[in-house]
Design a protein around this ligand. Structure first.
Ligand code: FES
Length: 184
């Protein structure tokens, strides 16, 4: 398999409040994702949200709403996991104690999709290729509002407006299920 991420398989899945729909950014339709969501009122009050990870392919990202906040769920590729340590010197806070993907399961990274500068929505760019904002881009998130860059684990690059890493919401894993809003 090519070392580069297969662009046709990369997709972002968006699950919006109350509508368990899936919208793809990519070449193929995405199977319906099994997820359990509480009522709107319960969610507003902060109820936990369960998400089935089994259909989220490596290199893909799902966006799930929790407490009216977009939560990015990234299934890391083996290459991404291998590349993350190479960026330790380029990020402000390597967050080494949190683990390589900043979760207890290194295959996944769970982040609040809110830029820590002025709360814009960073865009998912997992491609490993030169970008206008970084000629040595190894994949990550770019915030177009003022040019902040984060790696695939949500760690903020040095020298950008955002002061801190993307936040990791409380979450836990239960088999193939991700539970956002509850820590074990
Ligand atoms: S809000 Fe993201 S860089 Fe300013």
């Amino acid at each position: 398999m090519s070392k580069k991420i297969d662009h046709n398989r990369r997709r972002a899945l968006h699950i919006t409040s109350g509508i368990m729909g899936a919208v793809t950014v990519g070449a193929f339709a995405v199977p319906f994702l099994s997820a359990w969501n509480p009522s709107e009122k319960a969610k507003a009050l902060g109820a936990a949200v369960k998400f089935d990870l089994s259909k989220l392919l490596p290199g893909s990202m799902a966006v799930i709403e929790w407490r009216r906040t977009p939560i990015f769920v990234v299934h890391q590729t083996d290459e991404a996991i291998k590349n993350l340590p190479k960026l330790n010197d380029r990020v402000t806070n390597p967050a080494l104690s949190e683990g390589i993907s900043r979760t207890s399961n290194q295959k996944y990274t769970i982040l609040k999709g809110v830029c820590t500068h002025l709360s814009c929505a960073p865009k998912y760019h997992p491609e490993i290729e030169p970008k206008a904002w970084d000629q040595e881009w190894l994949g990550g998130f770019f915030c177009p509002c003022h040019g902040s860059k984060f790696d695939l684990a949500g760690r903020v690059y040095k020298g950008v407006p955002a002061p801190t890493n993307l936040e990791v919401p409380p979450h836990s894993f239960d088999g193939d299920n991700l539970i956002i809003g509850e820590e074990v």
